[in-house]
Write a new protein. Structure first.
Length: 431
């Protein structure tokens, strides 16, 4: 037989996470104190020795009955046949010890909470009525022997009964809240595990994207340049050996630079082109490399006063320059001149790379991996990338990165905190 939960409805309570039971040690202490006080009261109550022994014996039997059966039921959530057996045995032992010693009704302080915690509230109310009214019955039957009026225990028993019901409502509410809190904690734990798993997967995906961008912006572009230079040398080796030798010399230089980039990439250090020089110098070197590789007329200019920038901003602008130069090599067919303009404004730095090649229709889908990687990299420091082009009118790629002058220190520039933190995290992740 199964009985319903507190609401009185039939059926089992839905399974849920076990509430915390650390408080149960306090209850064990309270039960022990109640037993000892009741036993002491019985011992010093006087009367026939046999009745005293019988009352103390019945009272003592409650201890193993609670320890062996009731304690486990009081920490459970479902109600079943064992709960009813425990309640019936507990009330029977209480009634037996009260019959032999009316003073043992003091043990109701422990009996009532045990009935409340092991039974649904509706059933507990019935068993509490039996336990609280039994001392009244004993007084009525043995009034002459005890020397007290028959109904003298009734007001105290009714008050005890009412207080027991109030105690039961409070205990049930505390238990329910404890269980709900345990369920919330378990749900929070599961949610944290899901978040940790998703964060791990997102971190793996972001790291793969970062590695792809780094490889594309360094090794892939270097290898592309080397291939182009070797092919040019092969076509000139017979007719123009000096020019072929120049192409091969340039290919060797690009190979060494690419190797240095690869080593620094693995070590997560500052790009070699930025070490020991400014961003403008690094941009000029990229422009000079484009001239050496393609023979294009590359004009580099700086507008505004150059300011020292945070390394994350330098890295992003340099990689953007490398990508723009690579796009000129690959896509600007028929181009004769390239303009590279760096502009230092009060609140931003701009990098513009413009060619006079054949151009394209901006409405089409022309964002290859290089441009997507450039946009993603620039977005990490709150920057923007704009691409303008038209058929026969060349192409212009502009990168804008916002910066803010540090208050009270002339010439210093800092990136917004969130942007700098995001890019710094990327630089640390390279290790």
């Amino acid at each position: 037989m199964r009985v319903g939960p507190d609401t009185g409805a039939t059926g089992d309570e839905p399974p849920a996470t076990e509430p915390r039971t650390g408080w149960f040690g306090l209850w064990d202490g309270f039960f022990a104190v109640s037993y000892l006080l009741t036993a002491v009261l019985l011992f010093f109550s006087g009367g026939p020795t046999a009745a005293q022994a019988a009352a103390i014996g019945a009272l003592t039997l409650i201890v193993p009955w609670y320890a062996g059966l009731g304690r486990g039921l009081m920490t459970g959530q479902a109600y079943g046949r064992k709960n009813l057996i425990f309640a019936a045995g507990l009330v029977a032992l209480f009634c037996l010890t009260t019959w032999f010693g009316l003073i043992s009704s003091f043990s109701l302080y422990a009996v009532a909470p045990m009935l409340i915690m092991t039974l649904p509230m509706r059933q507990a109310v019935g068993w509490l009525a039996v336990a609280n009214l039994f001392p009244v019955l004993v007084t009525w039957i043995r009034s002459e022997e005890l020397g007290i009026p028959p109904w003298s225990a009734l007001p105290l028993s009714l008050l005890s009964y009412a207080l027991s019901i109030l105690l039961g409502v409070w205990i049930k509410r505390v238990t329910r809240q404890s269980r709900e809190r345990a369920e919330l904690i378990e749900e929070l734990r599961r949610t944290q595990e899901r978040v940790a798993r998703l964060s791990h997967e997102a971190g793996i995906s972001a790291e793969r994207e970062r590695l792809a961008r780094e490889i594309h912006d360094t090794l892939a572009q270097g290898l592309t340049s080397i291939i182009s230079l070797v092919q040019a040398a092969e076509s000139n080796v017979r007719d123009a050996p000096d020019q072929a030798s120049g192409h091969l010399s340039r290919a060797g230089q690009v190979a060494r630079e690419s190797l240095a980039e690869a080593r620094e990439f693995v070590a997560a250090l500052t790009p070699p082109t930025l070490r020991g020089g400014s961003l403008v110098q690094a941009v000029r070197r990229q422009a000079d490399g484009l001239v050496a590789d393609t023979g294009l007329d590359v004009r580099t200019s700086v507008r505004g006063e150059e300011e020292p920038l945070p390394m994350p901003v330098n890295v992003v602008l340099l990689r953007s320059m490398q990508e723009a130069v690579a796009n000129v090599r690959k896509h600007a067919a028929g181009a004769r001149a390239v303009d590279v303009v760096m502009t230092f404004e009060q609140d931003a730095v701009r990098l513009l790379v413009r060619d006079d090649g054949e151009g394209f229709t901006p409405e089409g889908d022309h964002d290859g991996y290089g441009l997507r990687g450039m946009r993603a990299r620039v977005a990490e420091i709150n920057g923007t990338v704009s691409v303008g082009s038209r058929p026969g009118g060349g192409t212009a790629v502009e990168v804008r990165v916002p910066v803010t002058a540090t208050a009270g220190t002339a010439g210093e520039v800092s990136v917004p905190v969130t942007a700098a933190a995001g890019t710094a995290a990327e630089e640390r992740a390279r290790g």
